[in-house]
Design a protein around this ligand. Sequence first.
Ligand SMILES: CC(C)(COP(=O)(O)OP(=O)(O)OC[C@H]1O[C@@H](n2cnc3c(N)ncnc32)[C@H](O)[C@@H]1OP(=O)(O)O)[C@@H](O)C(=O)NCCC(=O)NCCS
Length: 159
Amino acid sequence: MIEPLARIRQADVADVPILVEARRRMFVDMGDDCPALDAVDAASAAWLAERIPTGAASGLIAEDADGRWIGALSVRHEDTPPSAGNPAGRQSYVFGLWVRHECRRRGVARALVTAAVEDARERGEGAVLLNATDVGRPLYESLGFEVAPAMRLFFDPAS
Ligand SMILES: CC(C)(COP(=O)(O)OP(=O)(O)OC[C@H]1O[C@@H](n2cnc3c(N)ncnc32)[C@H](O)[C@@H]1OP(=O)(O)O)[C@@H](O)C(=O)NCCC(=O)NCCS
């Protein structure tokens, strides 16, 4: 296997702090560092801790040979109305992918996303969805993901 990646493992509830830290660092790298992230971390930790035991969410953790985590991602396993493209009506939504700076460009993210796609197949899901950053887009496209126009409307949390 390519150094520094030694293995990828499924997260359990004890790993929620790793998944939350990875997602926070992703937001910071995206330029979204703001005071609200502390509250987001706490709420995300509770969200994951509730869902990982039920299988409604999962996480994957990349480790180096010393057992140090070097990257991670989270997944929401969701119902969706069955369609021709996804008759199973089940899909993965991948989020919170982040790789340590000193470990980048060595295939860690590729291995994490590949493992998430394989896991989705094994669960009988029909699709894997995600929102890509500019940095992440080439990786996803090389793994077969296509751009699908999605629209969204956020409500102002302060109003
Ligand atoms: C995006 C990110 C997860 C990639 O992690 P990584 O382990 O370096 O990715 P990989 O080594 O598996 O790279 C796979 C491919 O992604 C693309 N890629 C990775 N880093 C890139 C960069 N800085 N610029 C352009 N393309 C890049 C390349 O196509 C690369 O293939 P190559 O090695 O053949 O050139 C990492 O840069 C990161 O954590 N960024 C900040 C958070 C973020 O944007 N997360 C993604 C949210 S969708």
